[in-house]
Ligand binder design. Structure first.
Ligand code: FMN
Length: 459
């Protein structure tokens, strides 16, 4: 416990993660800011706050705020301790009617994300559980890789390959790290992640905050030394200011291809200007050809006799906001160039009318993920299965929060599924839950394996 706390503190200190609490502090007209995250933890426990916010409050003549801060800080500390304690004991804190909302109110979305990465890194995600043994009906072979189960963590959760082992141990069959950019970059200014709790959704505009490919390479080399049970994909992005996108994708692939089980070319994040234009047929063909060459060269540099079929397969990750013409063009290019598959989909820039959360949150710029994305992303998944005549491997992602939803994606053509937002709402037990429910769905409909159910809606 002591070691974990120290590591958490040291790691956070290095990152200098600012702390914003969008909801509560907006109401008081104050914004609290803590330069030093250890100070943040202390402030949560003993009620100390950064001088800057104190002075700011006094300048605004809000003397009673100090008392409010102390009260909140003590509550926050207690909440944090309860959160960690309960998570460690495998109590379902996330779904509980008390802890989940308390944690979500007191800890802003980005800090919670950092904390979750640390928790996974230091083994809290699977703490107290024995090794996960998956039912053989969930096992499949996709592009020559064995997946013990088809439920993976989508890109964006472990952007820098910090907690791959912890995620796999908590029951996921695979983890996609990234998006990784060639050079380290900070991403967009904070705040940049917002919970739409009533909708079980998130809006984010991180903008590819990345430690950069060299740092990620060092971490992946360490991961490669471990006897991991699971598949590790690398999702590739570009630096914000790079003009020639091809160079960036090629550079990351050149650096990391030999350490990845599969590669994903992400041209669909809404938070990097111009990125999604790369999905247009004219640009896409040149980009994907460049990527395939970069992969072949990179792998042969490390393993001169490598056969084509032992190379990491290449996937393209697309947006859910595509016209019919865009989708047809993408399917044509993917088949022509001979990439292996498509990840469907990234977050959406659309805001469905059904959203119930506060308008101020709904209207934040960025990509929407979570349950409101399920229908649109599953529709596009089916479209791509049809347009590629089932010849490419599809990874279905977007709004998966239950086994029934994972199963629906598989029936629409997905060989594998991923999730991110439901992990933030349900916690690490989501993997086990989805696998259990997925098996029930397979049994109900008379399938002996996941593979048998792929594309069933089209038969
Ligand atoms: C906070 C956040 C950060 C994300 N970062 C990335 C990223 O760096 N690269 C990427 O390809 N997708 C990223 N995504 C998109 C997810 O991988 C996924 O496609 C999307 O969230 C839909 O899945 P979900 O509804 O299960 O969250 C991010 C999503 C969220 C919520």
């Amino acid at each position: 416990m002591v070691r974990c706390c120290a590591a958490f503190r040291d790691g956070l200190s290095k990152q200098k993660v600012p702390f914003y609490s969008e909801h509560y502090w907006d109401d008081t007209g104050m914004q609290r800011y803590c330069d030093e995250p250890l100070g943040l933890v202390c402030s949560l426990v003993v009620g100390d706050v950064s001088e800057r916010s104190q002075q700011g409050a006094e300048r605004r003549g809000k003397m009673s705020v100090r008392t409010a801060i102390r009260t909140l800080a003590v509550a926050g500390g207690a909440g944090a301790i309860a959160f960690v304690g309960a998570a460690t004991a495998q109590v379902d804190v996330f779904e509980s009617s008390v802890f989940g909302p308390v944690v979500r109110t007191l800890v802003n979305a980005e800090l919670a994300h950092r904390a979750a990465v640390y928790a996974a890194q230091y083994g809290w995600f699977g703490f107290g559980r024995g090794a996960v043994v998956d039912d053989p009906r969930l096992r499949s072979e996709v592009c020559g890789r064995v997946f013990l189960n088809p439920v993976g963590v989508a890109a964006g959760f472990d952007k820098n390959a910090e907690c791959v082992e912890g995620l796999l141990k908590s029951g996921f069959g695979f983890v996609e790290i990234g998006s990784v950019t060639p050079q380290p970059q900070d991403g967009n200014p904070r705040p940049r992640v917002f919970r739409l709790t009533e909708d079980r959704a998130v809006v984010n505009r991180y903008g590819f905050n990345s430690d950069g490919m060299r740092q990620v390479r060092t971490r992946l080399e360490r991961v490669a030394e471990k006897p991991l049970k699971g598949v590790v994909g690398v999702n590739v992005g570009k630096n914000k200011t790079t003009e020639d996108a091809k160079q960036d994708y090629g550079a990351v692939i050149s650096e990391l291809a030999h350490l990845s089980d599969y590669l994903v070319v992400n041209v669909s994040s809404p938070n990097t200007p111009g990125l999604r234009d790369l999905q247009h047929e004219s640009e896409l063909a040149a980009l994907l050809k460049h990527v395939m060459n970069a992969r072949n060269e990179a792998v042969r540099r490390e393993r001169p006799n490598a056969q084509l079929r032992s190379m990491p397969p290449v996937f393209l990750k697309i947006a859910p906001d595509l016209s019919e013409e865009d989708k047809q063009g993408i399917a044509r290019v993917c088949l022509d160039v001979g990439i292996d598959g498509i990840v469907v989909s990234n977050t959406t820039v659309a805001r469905p009318d059904s959203l119930k959360s506060d308008k101020k949150l709904v209207e934040q710029a960025g990509g929407l993920s979570g349950e409101p994305l399920f229908d649109a992303s599953t529709r596009v998944l089916g479209d791509m299965y049809r347009l590629t005549q089932g010849k490419l491997v599809l990874i279905g992602v977007g709004g998966v929060a239950s086994g029934e939803q994972a199963y629906a994606k598989i029936r629409r053509g997905a060989s594998l599924v991923q999730l991110y937002t439901s992990l933030t709402y349900q916690g690490p037990k989501v993997a086990e839950r989805i696998k259990r429910e997925l098996l029930e769905c397979l049994e109900r409909d008379g399938f002996n394996s996941v593979s048998e159910a792929i594309g069933a809606d089209f038969r």
